[in-house]
Design a protein around this ligand. Structure first.
Ligand code: ME8
Length: 644
């Protein structure tokens, strides 16, 4: 494959899991990607912006089972939530990849097979600890807790022990090539502190990586060995190839690959900075330019995450403010590499002070004066004086700085510079008091100059802000009388003088309304809580427990439910009658093993239709490594006896 042309920019976000709905953390990465791609388009580059969803794996399988859904049905629901959020946030992605798309699955299988043929993937036995929440195998040095289990160091939930036949990827064989690559490409991982973390991890030694599972059914089957499914991370990382056309739209792929930047949160750095380049090296693809690991949004100093149940649903903010204030806040508040604490107070403060006061008032004042004093078009202006020149010259330096900051992922710095210029302009107006000049007919040209400088500067400001606040910038641009959209003017054509004397401006509507914190918090509280708090123990009253009718049931007959691997249909004698029940135990027990066994069943559970069969009760079983293990009675007990 030839080297791609210089003028393309291919940016990706992680593909998000569909086990639960999107939150501010997901919005953050996606907004960064959107701002960067809008900036690159203004610079005249050809851009491909990819986002999507990670739909396979144990975590999604488990979430679907808990909700009584098939994984694909859960995925379909949650994908809609992601797409709605991206629309509400004005995200201009070029393609939305879903890992359940056949073109993706096929490409992953082909690459897998290629690595098997090459000897980079081989079969063995894996034994170790696995974290379902982060979908990864724990490093061996994670200590054993007193109860004989391990805690995932990343998400602090309990890991499970796994022992199964699996395919391994020869990660260890790539240790030196990775270290050489990092050395030659110091910008591969950014910011630099993250590169140091990656290098020292690799130097400690890499072990081969288990990349298939036999206990997870919701995954891409291994070619010619379908009892194995491909590990969700091997599957997911390849979205960056398939999402840009690999194996199905090759001209697009060849144009944009390798990716310019994979934007990710620091939680998934190792997958992207170690596994991913190793997979690519093995399969013979050129490597991406940069993996940028940004910091986390925290709430009360802990990472906002679904498993911690402290996530913030952006919809309330979006409903009240529209997309731009949130986009602005997230990008302004913290440098991309660092963590930040999200608080409503901080958000409202920024919106009111930076957007409503500093920028909103500047737009409002300037344009209202043009309408009131010049009927909407500044016809005349005197020659620039020193103080006016300063506004034009600062504009030129600001333009250079903004470009450099955007290019360097320093979006908060770009915003700081823009705001410092906004403050200069507010000061310029305050010092020159155009509203007073308007009282004196002889000062009309002077008045014209001051309002011209302010308008020309505002035109530039709206242009610089466009990648971050596309909707509001476009509004300001149009209030200033521009007919074409901002995107039609390339960065290299942007000049102070592009605002013309005589240009017909409009009376502006308020762009950023002020909202009182109290009013906003009231609105927030009124919204239904859409996130469930996971992992929290909920107590039930004894009376509620007493309502549950557990009995000894005898399995009279058992047969597999057609078309499934896990489900078995049971006829259970509960003493007073026979009941049909569907249980997910066929991967552990053969139907003949179950016949005649006595088990514990709950008989007053509302019936449920499972695969078209009415299940009139449920058996109890222990969940061990994703499998259901049934407790059988050691001593004979009468069928129908109560269990308490
Ligand atoms: O990890 N602060 O998906 P995921 C900032 N499917 N960013 C956050 C955040 C927070 N509190 N919480 C989440 C996965 N994010 C895999 C990725 S890619 C081949 C597979 C963002 O749904 C951040 O970008 O858990 C983080 O890396 C990502 O969401 C994790 O999303």
């Amino acid at each position: 494959m030839g080297k791609k042309s210089e003028k393309t920019f291919y940016v990706t976000t992680p593909i998000y899991y569909v086990n639960d709905i999107p939150h501010i953390g997901h919005a953050y990465t996606t907004i960064i990607a959107d701002a960067l791609s809008r900036h690159k388009k203004l610079r005249g580059e050809e851009v491909f912006f990819l986002t999507g969803t990670d739909e396979h794996g144990q975590k999604v399988e488990k979430a679907a089972t808990e909700k009584g859904l098939k994984p694909i049905d859960l995925a379909n629901q949650v994908v809609g939530r992601f797409k709605d959020l991206w629309k509400a946030l004005n995200i201009s992605y070029d393609f939305f990849i879903r890992t359940t798309e056949p073109f993706h699955e096929k490409a992953v299988q082909d690459i897998f097979q290629k690595l098997v043929d090459k000897g980079d993937i081989y079969k063995g036995i894996y034994k170790g600890w696995y974290c379902v929440s982060t979908e990864h195998f724990l490093p061996e040095d994670v200590p054993l807790q007193e109860g004989g289990y391990k805690i995932c160091p990343d998400c602090e939930t309990k890991a499970i022990i796994v022992s199964e036949e699996c395919y391994f990827f020869k990660l260890s064989a790539y240790q030196q090539s990775l270290l050489d690559f990092y050395e030659k490409n110091p910008e591969f991982v950014r910011p630099p502190s993250r590169m140091n973390e990656v290098v020292s991890f690799v130097k400690q030694g890499l072990k081969d990586l288990s990349i298939t599972r036999t206990t997870v059914q919701w995954g891409i089957p291994v070619p010619d060995d379908p009892k194995h499914t491909i590990y969700v991370w091997f599957d997911a990382l390849h979205n960056y190839l398939t999402g840009v056309g690999y194996n199905w739209k090759m001209p697009i792929f060849e144009k944009f690959w390798p990716a310019t930047v994979h934007l990710i949160g620091k939680d998934i750095l190792r997958f992207h900075a170690i596994f991913w380049p190793a997979f690519l090296m093995a399969a013979g693809f050129p490597l991406p330019e940069t993996v940028f690991g940004h910091g986390w949004w925290l709430r009360d100093e802990t990472k906002m995450s679904k498993s911690k149940g402290n996530v913030l649903d952006p919809h309330v903010i979006l409903k009240t403010f529209g997309p731009d204030p949130l986009r602005y806040f997230l990008l302004r508040e913290i440098p991309i590499g660092l963590d930040g604490n999200f608080s409503h107070e901080g958000f409202i403060h920024r919106v009111n002070s930076d957007l409503a006061n500093d920028l909103g008032n500047l737009v409002q004042r300037t344009l209202t004066m043009i309408v009131n004093f010049f009927g909407g078009a500044i016809e005349e202006a005197d020659k620039e004086q020193e103080e006016d020149k300063k506004i034009r010259i600062e504009f030129e330096t600001l333009k250079e700085k903004v470009i450099a900051f955007y290019e360097n992922y320093a979006l908060n710095k770009a915003l700081e510079e823009i705001w410092s210029y906004i403050n200069t302009l507010n000061k310029y107006l305050a010092e020159n008091e155009p509203w007073k000049l308007a009282q004196d007919e002889s000062k009309r040209k002077r008045l014209g100059r001051i309002l011209y400088q302010a308008s020309a500067a505002l035109r530039g400001i709206s242009y610089f802000l466009f990648p971050i606040m596309p909707e509001s910038s476009q509004k300001i641009w149009q209030f200033l009388g521009e007919k074409k959209s901002i995107e039609k003017e390339s960065f290299s054509d942007l000049k102070f003088e592009n605002f013309q004397l005589g240009q017909k401006t409009k009376k502006p509507d308020p762009i950023f309304p002020r909202i009182a914190l109290q009013d906003f918090l009231k609105e927030e509280k009124a919204q239904p809580v859409s996130e469930k708090k996971e992992e929290k123990m909920e107590h039930i009253a004894f009376d509620e427990f007493k309502k549950m009718d557990f009995r000894v049931g005898e399995i009279v007959s058992a047969e597999k439910v057609e078309g499934t691997d896990k489900l078995v249909k049971l006829e259970v004698d509960i003493g007073t009658e026979k009941r049909t029940m569907v249980a997910g135990v066929a991967d552990v027990y053969a139907p003949e093993e179950l016949e005649g066994k006595k088990i514990i069943v709950i008989i007053n559970l509302k019936p449920a239709i499972i695969r078209g069969i009415e299940s009139q009760g449920m058996l109890l079983a222990a969940e061990v490594e994703g499998k259901a293990i049934i407790p059988f009675f050691e001593k004979d007990v009468p069928t129908g006896a109560r269990v308490r």
